[in-house]
Design a protein around this ligand. Structure first.
Ligand code: SF4
Ligand code: SF4
Length: 114
């Protein structure tokens, strides 16, 4: 569930507001997103993936939890950590490169009937 928008990192690009499928965010007059409907969050991580400056933290829980403050999240590398793991962002390796499901696909293609 979306928990934090980092006010020190956010550049008010509006990407998270646009990609959220359940319209969790409102855009404040400054352009910074506000978590307006947290209960509607589906924990899909789309906002975190699309944030170009790793300003968002989506926790893996489907309910609100007590998360550390913004500074602590940043220092521990949790801000944007899902995005980092998937490999989105400059200088990162695509996480899909670690996906070995193609091996299973290959094996299936060799199986009679496929
Ligand atoms: S995790 Fe998904 S549903 Fe939740 S705020 Fe981000 S984009 Fe919206
Ligand atoms: S995607 Fe990131 S930088 Fe852009 S508005 Fe949302 S939190 Fe701010």
């Amino acid at each position: 569930m979306i928990e934090v928008v980092s006010s020190s990192r956010c550049i008010s690009c509006g990407q998270c507001v646009s990609v959220c499928p359940t319209r969790v965010f409102d855009e404040s007059p400054s352009g910074m997103p506000v978590i307006a409907r947290q209960d509607d969050c589906q924990t899909c991580f789309m906002c975190e993936l699309y944030c170009p400056v790793d300003a968002l933290y989506v926790s893996p829980h489907d309910h609100p939890v007590n998360v550390p403050g913004e500074l602590e999240l940043a220092q521990s590398g949790l801000l944007g950590s899902y995005r980092e793991q998937v490999g989105w962002g400059r200088g990162r390796s695509p996480g899909a490169a670690n996906d070995k499901s193609y091996l299973m696909f290959r094996a299936m293609q060799k199986t009679p009937g496929h």
